[in-house]
Design a binder for this molecule. Structure first.
Ligand code: PEP
Length: 261
């Protein structure tokens, strides 16, 4: 399956605005000719500075938000809405990350509300799904991923599904240094594609972008990118160092080049 590779970095709760700008000034130079779709999920306080810098550079990198609330405004102390984020240049939204499920008790119902709000916006969306270690060990990985997909996409019509990319992120592989093997992750990505085909039809499954995430590094990224059902990577720790993240983008470009030769 030949489609644009997505390389997304998730900075989580790291980088002050100054650190974000220092990173981007180098990064924009290093990836300016990339053929990948590059997205950086920055902390809220960094977003405006990042989007300004990118706009001035004319380089096509998207800034995403790691979280948002499903209402547009109102008495929701501490929350931030999609229109607020889009005003400062956000073009992609992250939903269902396992750290939000685990540390902030986000439920599948909350995630569904966020997906419903996100698909009505101008932004596209990366929806994260993935099993826990307990589910994997009891051979319930596929079952739990299918449940997460079905709940997150409840009442999402076929006409809006093109706005959604899925990230397969086994919870036990996030920030742990442990990865699923490329074979295991490709198998789960194929299963996700099959679930989406069952829900929305085969042509949707064919065009769906599925990313792998979980302890991806400069060293192992190529192994995932060469798998047939993996169309990109969602990267936490390894997106924090500019040199490392640009090197991953360059590796993805070499995979794209290899496919076209
Ligand atoms: C993530 O934050 O989505 C992630 C995959 O983190 P890490 O690469 O650090 O495992």
């Amino acid at each position: 399956m030949k489609k644009k590779i997505i390389i997304a970095g998730n900075w989580k709760m790291n980088k002050t605005p100054k650190e974000a700008v220092d990173f981007l000034e180098k990064f924009l130079i290093n990836v300016k000719d990339s053929k990948c779709k590059v997205i950086l999920f920055a902390p809220f306080v960094d977003i405006e500075k990042c989007t300004d810098l990118i706009r001035k550079s004319n380089i096509d990198i998207k800034i995403g938000a790691q979280n948002f609330y499903w209402e547009d405004s109102g008495a929701y102390t501490g929350e931030i809405s999609v229109p607020m984020l889009e005003t400062i240049g956000v073009q992609t939204l992250l939903v269902g990350h396992s750290e939000r499920r685990m540390h902030f008790m986000e439920t599948d119902k909350d995630i569904n509300k966020k997906v419903k709000r996100a698909v009505k916006s101008n932004s596209d969306l990366i929806l994260c799904v993935g099993e826990t270690l307990e589910q994997k060990n009891s051979e319930k990985g596929q079952e739990s991923v299918m449940f997460q997909l079905k709940s997150a996409l409840e009442d999402i019509p076929k006409s809006l599904i093109h706005k959604i990319h899925i990230a397969y992120e086994p919870a036990w592989a996030i920030g742990t240094g442990k990865t699923a093997t490329p074979y295991e992750s490709d198998k789960m990505c194929r299963f996700i594609r099959m679930c989406i085909e069952k829900m929305y039809g085969s042509e949707i499954g064919l065009y769906l972008n599925i990313l792998y995430g979980g302890s991806v590094s400069e060293e192992n990224c190529k192994n995932f990118l060469e798998m047939s059902d993996i169309n990109g990577l969602l990267i936490g720790g390894a997106s924090l160092q500019e040199k490392c993240f640009s090197s991953i983008v360059r590796t993805a470009d070499s995979v794209i080049k290899g496919r076209t030769e």
